[in-house]
Design a protein around this ligand. Structure first.
Ligand SMILES: O=C(O)c1ccccc1NCC(=O)[C@H](O)[C@H](O)COP(=O)(O)O
Length: 277
């Protein structure tokens, strides 16, 4: 364990230890990826908020486990307007599996992110996906090589950062899709201010995601106002009706808010008609 790992929450250290032991794939994969930036652009053009809905059966910070068929959940998320899906494949702490990802990717036509804690190149070969997560804090100096290795296989790497210095490393490694995680993996605390402080320093041509901690439509609007091209949302979508939850976030546009304000202003006018003569 190095000095920076010393400061990790115990749960995260356990995740990282398990990740280091996990085997890779037997053969190098070759993926024909569905374009995530194109999917984001199409969602924007349709006047919706690009939402990456996460199939996250459980987590170290969630009570209980959602045991419904992940493929059914994924279909419902897409029906609710998800631009892309994030599928946990980490088995020990998140209830995920590579089989879930394979089945989901076959069942939907949106881009699918493999959400895991990949720490070595061979682990990229465990399963095909359109995007693969690389967490800057966990891969350290290996980031440029892993970005290259992911691209050589056809993946679109999503590089996750939590502060400005990790953002600089991601940009230097050539990342074109970057997620700012509002969850501090050191303490497992979540603050939306993280995205707000890091996002202004991201290059304009990067596709920028706000990850974690988006619980309400107001949170979604706040992340969009701070520059998020897309929102990665797990817990708040998995809690209850995943289709309705996804739909709520995908419709969290300012236009929707303006319409609501107009509608309530109209309703007020109707309730208190002006007196005539
Ligand atoms: O979600 C956790 O409890 C967690 C704990 C330790 C390391 C990572 C963790 N989450 C990974 C994620 O990035 C989130 O699943 C994802 O960003 C969605 O977050 P949320 O919408 O807050 O569920």
């Amino acid at each position: 364990m190095n000095a920076s790992e010393d400061s990790l929450a115990a749960e995260v250290r356990s995740i990282l230890d398990a990740a280091r032991e996990r085997p890779g794939g037997d053969e190098r994969v070759s993926v024909a990826a569905r374009s995530f930036p194109d999917a984001v652009a199409e969602t924007e053009a349709a006047g919706r908020v690009p939402v990456v809905a996460e199939v996250k059966p459980t987590s170290p910070t969630t009570d209980g486990e959602r045991t419904d068929d992940p493929v059914e959940l994924a279909r419902e998320m897409v029906a609710g307007g998800a631009t892309a899906l994030s599928v946990l494949t980490e088995p020990d702490h998140f209830g995920g599996s590579t089989e879930n990802l394979e089945r989901i990717r076959e069942a939907v036509d949106v881009p699918v992110l493999r959400k895991d804690f990949v720490v070595k190149e061979s682990q990229l070969d465990a399963v095909e996906a359109d995007l693969v997560l690389l967490i800057a804090r966990f891969v350290g100096d290996d980031l440029p090589d892993l970005v290259t290795a992911a691209r050589e296989r056809g993946f679109q790497p999503l590089v996750e950062v939590h502060d400005r210095s990790e953002l600089e490393s991601a940009v230097a490694a050539g990342a074109e899709i970057i997620g700012v995680n509002n969850r501090d993996l050191g303490k497992l605390e979540v603050s939306l201010e993280t995205f707000e402080s890091v996002a202004p320093h991201a290059p304009d041509d990067v596709t920028l995601l706000a990850e974690s901690g988006v619980k309400t439509v107001e949170d979604a609007r706040r992340m969009r106002a701070a520059g998020a091209d897309a929102l990665l949302i797990g817990t708040a979508i998995m809690d209850g009706d995943v289709r309705a939850n996804t739909e709520r976030f995908a419709r969290a546009t300012d236009a929707d808010e303006d319409a609501k304000t107009d509608a309530s202003a109209d309703a007020e006018k109707t309730e208190t008609p002006e007196t005539t003569e």
